[in-house]
Ligand binder design. Sequence first.
Ligand SMILES: [Zn+2]
Length: 286
Amino acid sequence: MNDQTFRLHGPSESRVALVLDSPHSGVQFPADFDAAVSEFDLRDGEDCFVDELYLPATELGVRLLAAQTPRTYLDPNRHAGDVDLELIEGGTWPHAHVPSGKASIGKALIWRTLDDGRAIYRRKLKVDEVVGRIERCHAPYHRALRNLIDRAHARTGRVFHINCHSMNSVAGKMGEGGQGSPRADFVLGDRDGTTCDPAFTEFARATLAAMGHSVNVNDPYKGVELVKAYSKPAAGRHSLQLEINKRLYMDEARRERHAGFAPLQRSLCTLIEAVIDYIATEGRRV
Ligand SMILES: [Zn+2]
């Protein structure tokens, strides 16, 4: 199943109770974007190549959902009601308004500013235009992810979901953690132990640390909408956000892969293999 706004990689039916999703790697720019900055600048919000980094792991029987539209056009990792009123014509939103607080840094459902603080549009957006983006991009992505998670859960009564991201190596002006803050190799986010069994977070942390990586947990990223929306640890539904530092695999200024790309792909395969093992053994208890 593929939609123009997302792609599903991996086997047609998952063989394991693990689902991957990459919401921020899309580079297909819709014709109606009408932004005031260049496509290169709009890719500022992108988790470059993250879907490709996990592609080899799909050969282990895991399905990977990957958004195709750019994050700056619409961020699936936000609630559909997380609308930035500053960006809306008239400043009011006639539907359910569910602010996350991300509007203050210009990164609500539809981004208002780039990481360096520059405005993305020279105009305000019409309500219908925003509703159209939600119907075309947000709703299908969420339906697809929910479907993958539900199907896996229905088979065994539990499911693990890794929400895959990457982060700039150093925080920008509007970045979490404060401008200039260097970041760890990986940041895991489980919204302070609420979106998955803390033992699963610890397992992922220890596995990455054993490969020689620095790993932070819930600092500065705790996870946002996609780990929150479909998780319920008490019911066997576990979601964990995994942020990879871009310096591990790409030249950030040129947005090109570097020599670290293939070794990182192998490390992620090792991690996913270990997680599949965990699900088959320790994970049975949760
Ligand atoms: Zn991301």
